[in-house]
Design a protein around this ligand. Structure first.
Ligand SMILES: *[C@@H]1O[C@H](CO)[C@@H](O)[C@H](O)[C@H]1NC(C)=O
Ligand SMILES: *[C@@H]1O[C@H](CO)[C@@H](O)[C@H](O)[C@H]1NC(C)=O
Ligand SMILES: *[C@@H]1O[C@H](CO)[C@@H](O)[C@H](O)[C@H]1NC(C)=O
Length: 385
């Protein structure tokens, strides 16, 4: 009996030893696969960052990205705050932009969607769509009282009727707990990994990084297209004493405030919001912005406050003017290689006669409430549901 049980125990021990070694084996294989996998991912993101050629998008398995999002590989993932506005009349733009960011990154993005109270419910129903379910977001109410006395109610200036275009001036108020954030307009599509934009280095003392109008690949287009809309004199009225007294060179390259990375610690330290408000008020009183262009009224105060005080983002992260005319300006290869496409201008990709609307539409998710629909030239709006 004693012998038998002894053998039994020994066998059991051997068995459990074997079990343990099998477990160790399995763990080793899993570890190996994880390492392999990780290397592959960093390789593909390396390729994505460095090679700006066609076909790179093919390296991004979109389904896989969503999968990872649901099972975070590790806990060290930093949150990437992305602030975007949502206007009722162009909500489809916001949805497509958010979806494109989300589907092209493995990072932990949180969207702060700035909107008016009356739009919040519509937005929430749309974001409840099955294909948008894994998106993390917070809806932030924009209090239009902030703008009282700072925006002229000028019927000639369409933008003054759109309070949400000023949301970007108030980032520290809208997202008080955030230290670094990305702001983007609603008429963009992101094709790169938003992490790369977030990692844009900001020089000490700089509260934001913008894409300049002279270094970008779109420069020639601008010069051909719209007079001086690439330097300060295109935006500010240099005949006004107050502007001249600033001693800002009129030929200074302007920048585009549709996409930027902000250090909100520095923004608060420099009271950037107060400074912007000061110039808004002065413009209401004295008319300081250039009237020669179908004027932006959000760009000029930013140009003044950030004069020689900003860092730059990679031009491929703000490939713009896709909305300036219905014609196609860029080669399909270039459009494909762009990290971010920006339909600034009158021809929005959800409207009639837009360029590259097919590129945009890949990220669009139809409105379940049916309130918003695309306007297409060759189709009935009712065909696109
Ligand atoms: C927006 O709605 C919230 C909740 O419904 C309310 O507390 C808040 O006062 C509203 N804000 C404005 C500006 O109407
Ligand atoms: C942001 O600005 C603060 C204050 O100048 C600075 O200490 C911090 O390092 C900056 N952070 C980044 C990410 O640049
Ligand atoms: C920022 O504003 C606060 C209070 O409004 C003021 O005390 C401070 O001096 C200002 N700082 C700068 C750099 O303007």
């Amino acid at each position: 009996m004693g012998l038998v049980s002894n053998v039994c125990i020994r066998q059991k021990k051997r068995m459990s030893f074997r079990k343990v070694s099998i477990i160790i084996w399995v763990l080793a294989v899993v570890l190996f696969l994880l390492v392999l996998h990780h290397n592959f991912l960093s390789l593909s993101s390396l390729l994505r960052n460095d090679v700006t050629d066609s076909g790179i998008l093919g390296l991004q398995p979109i389904d896989f990205a969503t999968d990872v999002h649901q099972h975070p590989v590790n806990g060290r993932q930093e949150e990437i705050p992305v602030v975007i506005a949502a206007s009722e009349d162009r909500l489809g733009g916001t949805i497509a932009a958010i979806n494109s960011v989300h589907r092209n990154t493995r990072s932990n993005v949180i969207f702060y969607i700035v909107t008016l109270n009356s739009t919040a419910d519509h937005l929430r129903s749309w974001l409840n769509s099955v294909s948008l379910k894994s998106i993390r977001y917070k809806i932030v109410n924009f209090d239009t009282k902030l703008l009282e006395g700072k925006v002229k109610e000028d019927p000639d200036q369409g933008e003054s009727m759109k309070p949400l275009t000023f949301a970007r001036f108030y980032l520290p108020i809208l997202v008080p707990s955030v230290k670094k954030a990305i702001y983007m307009d609603d008429d963009v599509i992101v094709q790169g990994d938003i992490l790369a934009l977030y990692n844009t280095p900001l020089k000490p003392g700089h509260a934001a990084a913008f894409s300049e109008d002279c270094d970008s690949a779109s420069t020639k287009v601008i010069i051909r297209g719209a007079g001086n809309q690439y330097n300060y004199i295109g935006y500010l009225d240099y005949k006004k004493e107050r502007i001249r007294k600033l001693s800002m060179k009129a030929s200074t390259c302007s920048f585009n405030p549709g996409v930027f990375v902000a250090n909100l610690t520095e923004w608060k330290r420099q009271n950037v919001t107060n400074q912007l408000e000061k110039w808004m008020k002065l413009n209401v009183e004295e008319g300081l912005y250039s009237r020669t262009l179908a004027g932006s009224i959000t760009t000029p105060p930013l140009l003044i406050v950030f004069y020689q005080q900003h860092s730059t983002i990679d031009p491929m992260w703000n490939v713009r003017h896709l909305g300036s005319s219905a014609g196609k300006r860029y080669s399909p290869q270039f459009v494909k290689a762009a990290k971010l496409l920006h339909w600034n201008g009158h021809f929005k990709p959800w409207g009639r006669a837009a360029s590259y609307a097919d590129v945009w539409e890949k990220w669009y998710v139809p409105d379940p409430t049916g309130k918003f629909s695309l306007i297409r030239r060759h189709m009935d709006a009712s065909n696109i549901k």
